[in-house]
Ligand binder design. Sequence first.
Ligand SMILES: Cc1ncc(COP(=O)(O)O)c(C=O)c1O
Length: 424
Amino acid sequence: MRNETRLVHVGVRRDARTGSVSVPIYQTATYEHPGPGRTTGWDYSRLHNPTREAFEQCVAELEGGFAALAFSSGMAAIAAVLHLFRPGDHLVVTEDLYGHTWRVLHELFQHLGLRFTLADTSDVEAVRRALRPETRALLVESPTNPLLRVADLDALAALCRERRLWLAVDSTLFTPLLQRPLERGAHLVIHSASKYLAGHNDVVAGVVVADTPALADELGTIRTITGGVLGPHDAWLAARGLKTLHLRLERAQANALTLAHWLAAHPAVEEVHYPGLPGHPAHERCRRQALGFGALLSFRVREPERTERVLARLNLILFAESFGGVESLITHPATTTHKEMPASLRDRLGIDTRLLRLSVGIEAVEDLVADLEQALEGPSTIDVEEARKRALSTAFPGLPPASNPVAAAPPSGWTLRPFPSATT
Ligand SMILES: Cc1ncc(COP(=O)(O)O)c(C=O)c1O
């Protein structure tokens, strides 16, 4: 089965009693036992919930993993992965990663005895130099938010095999349709499902996919005892959103390619970070290891005063955190998503006051260009048709839009138990 079909059919045919096409929302905390020492297999929703499992199974299959575990947020998913380690363990971590991932490392797990070294994980030699005898894992965000740096996943996986390390990849920006880290040798994949997987800016959710039964069990135990599970209603929203991931992503990515070319030719814009642009350092790497370039980009305006003016003038594109939803959103990482990072680190990385991050949605690209044009107080040197032409000529075969050759995923190892019916 191809992934497009798998996505559309998430949760379908799960309720034998009624034949409900949409997976029911099992809004229950607990389940009645048939008798002492006997169970239907469903005991308490912190452990298992049928709606959540429908979402989890689909994500596990998309990633080609053994099992997926859904959490109440992407941060809960990341925290669960960090709970796999013990005091004294050392991790090498992407230096320009999401601000709250930086926070959870430095404000919480550091106090619990974990040790971290930040490194540019798009440079495998920099990662090698950061390793210590007590290093246990690489925690890599790729592409990174907001600078869109891309790690060489094959090279990092080879390093992990050589040094017997775990490789965990936060693959939120690319989704399993564009990048499948487990196939390249990673052990764990993390998503903030609040972004593209759910896709409608209406739910906060996270998911971790494990490549082995042992890792899945260990993470399942961590989730059971720490309790950061995804509730049934949010799981249903995430599963419902997942059904259209392929269509949303194709459209958003086609829009992002066009906007990236348009912004790159705009006199008020100094630089655009988007791997779909041929000059971007990660362009060739994405062609090699991914099936696209995603729909998130960031750009730096030339004059510092312009940042606030752009945010104030935009009418259609909303100034809001998060990304990956159908509505286009723009944010100012230095004062929002990355404000807790030390200013010195932000400055070194280039997350400065002139940097804006744009999550490109699925609107008509002409409307997005018109909004950006009035917000930037002038036109680009190319029009939207020329930007679209450039985008199409630089996209790699199969993209965009309709014929993205998404590979079929192997079935996951964790088979769904039959859902409760009137006779069980
Ligand atoms: C790359 C990345 N990972 C993880 C997270 C955290 O996810 P959540 O907001 O669902 O907790 C985010 C949030 O923006 C993110 O951008």
